[in-house]
Structure formats: C-alpha cells, structure tokens
Design a binder for this molecule. Structure first.
Ligand code: GUN
Length: 284
C-alpha cells in the first residue's frame, strides 16, 4: 500500500505557482488577485477561507475577503459580485459555500463572470467540463486528478465509483474521470447497494461527509481509495469518509485525511487564480 501524499504535492505546486506569479508580476506588472465572499458564522467556512487567504499570502497573491452577516440580502451579495466582476485588479471570485437558506445560491454562482470563476461552479464552466472543453474546473476534483497523475495512476479503462453526487465534488469528479476514459458510476444516498458498487471498483472516490462510510469489506483487494471527506470526529480529530486503519491494508494506493486531498484543493485554487491572472494580463 502506498500513501498518496497530497501535502507534499500541494507544496510543490505552490512553489511553482509562486515562481510563475513572480514572473507574471515582473513581465506584466500584474499581481494575481482573489476575492472571497464569506457569509455568516459557520466555523468550517471561516476556517477554509482563512486557509485560502494564507495560501494566497504564501504565493504572493493579493486577496480580499468580504465578510457578510448571515441575514444579508440577496441584492447585497449580488451587488458585491457585480463590483468584483468590474474590478480589474480581481482575477478570481470565490463564494464560500454553503450560503444561508434565504439566499439563491444558483443565481449568485451564475452572476460570477465565467473568466473569474476560479471555483468552476458557473454553469458555463460546468458545461465546458462535461463537454471536455478547457475551462475552470472545481478545485477538489481537479486536485484529485493531479494527485493521480503525480503517482502515474491512469484512470483509463478503470471501473471508477464516485460516492456522493454533489455539484462541488461528486459530479465534476465523475466528469473528469469520464473525460480520462474511466468507466464511471456515481452513487448517492438513494443508491440501493453501495457495497455491491464499491466492491466492483478499481478506484473509489468518496466525498459524502460520513465518517467510516467505506469499510474494509466494501473494498476490492488492490483498489485505489481516494478520501475526499473531511469530518470532525467526536474526539475533535479531522477524519475522512474511509475507515483508514482497516481499509488501507487492502489498497494499492490511499489518500490520508488530513494531508491527502485537502491541501490539493487549495493548491488548485491558487493554480486556477494564476491561470485567470495570466489570461487577464494578456487581455489588458
Ligand atoms: N465549500 C466546500 N467546498 C468548497 C469549495 O471548494 N469552494 C467553495 N467556494 N465553497 C466550498
């Protein structure tokens, strides 16, 4: 069994992004800029945004966070997005999800200029991904693909089972695997026999938010297991969706939590923001 070390790869990518950002600054005068919208007091969202901001600082990006109260109006957020779309020093716009229930999330995501949509959540970029065209790809599944590439794992022809069908993780993960010529199955809470699906998988990618959802008897000998879950265990520790201790002995490769997919998400956000800045520098 080999550990897929997301922390190490993320560091390597960050170093490269920092060098490329410096070059961009020297050649065009442009500093990559990320604007974040953070609504309400969800501790996890605050923690994620803080990590993203620190990552921007490490690689020399400009970043700004617009914090808004949980009872903010739809109009106020829309106006903020419109302002960010117009602001030429902002290359990437990120709306931290989830948003409070009174807010129409879909409408907000559709308002983000597609060429600043570094999270890849705008339907324009979602459509480009499913069509196999270039565009912004959601950071977490993109990070998984980078991690596989780093370890020379080619999903072509594999039976890939994605557990969880969210717009942020499961669906784009499935699209990327399909584009990479895997045979893809997406499972979700209404799937009748999850174990029957996962036992057939050469690679299992799970982002369901359920501690110990994937157990030893659900994994084929030699399978690759990618844990995209981040959960807080009762003892306060961060754990994924996979029973790592028991599953890892059956796997050929497995990602740890923490230190697997999580750091790759942030590295991909930096990479997407750099790409946006490089494109904007060419346009201006
Ligand atoms: N909430 C959970 N994951 C993400 C993510 O990747 N991007 C944003 N914007 N919000 C999230």
């Amino acid at each position: 069994m080999q550990i897929l070390d997301g922390k190490a790869l993320a560091k390597k990518i960050e170093d490269r992004v920092a060098v490329d950002a410096k070059t961009l600054k020297e050649t065009t005068g442009r500093t990559p800029g990320l604007a974040v919208i953070l609504v309400g007091n969800d501790p996890a969202s605050h923690a994620y945004v803080s990590m993203k901001k620190k990552a921007c600082d490490r690689v020399g990006f400009y970043s700004v966070t617009h914090e808004m109260p949980a009872d903010i109006s739809q109009d106020a957020i829309e106006n903020t997005i419109k302002m960010m779309n117009q602001n030429t020093s902002i290359d990437g716009i990120l709306i931290q999800l989830p948003l409070p229930p009174q807010v129409d999330t879909t409408k907000l995501l559709e308002l983000v200029a597609p060429n600043k949509d570094v999270d890849g959540f705008h339907p324009y970029n979602v459509g480009r991904l499913t069509t196999g065209l270039e565009g912004f790809v959601p950071c977490t599944p993109l990070g998984v693909m980078e991690l596989l590439k780093e370890y020379n794992i080619d999903p072509k022809g594999m039976n890939a089972v994605v557990v969880g069908a969210s717009n942020i993780v499961g669906k784009p993960m499935a699209a990327l695997l399909l584009n990479a010529d895997a045979t893809v199955q997406i499972t979700h809470i209404y799937t009748k026999d999850l174990k029957a699906c996962t036992l057939n998988a050469d690679i299992i990618l799970v982002g369901a938010g359920v501690i110990n959802l994937i157990k030893e008897d659900m994994v084929k000998e030699g399978a690759i297991v990618i844990d995209i879950g981040i959960n807080r265990a009762p003892d306060g520790k961060l754990v994924g969706d996979v029973d790592f201790k028991n599953v890892s002995s059956k796997c050929s490769f497995i990602t740890p939590v923490p230190g697997g997919v999580g750091p790759m998400t942030i590295a991909m956000l930096l990479q997407n923001t750099l790409r946006a800045a490089q494109a904007h520098a060419k346009e201006s």
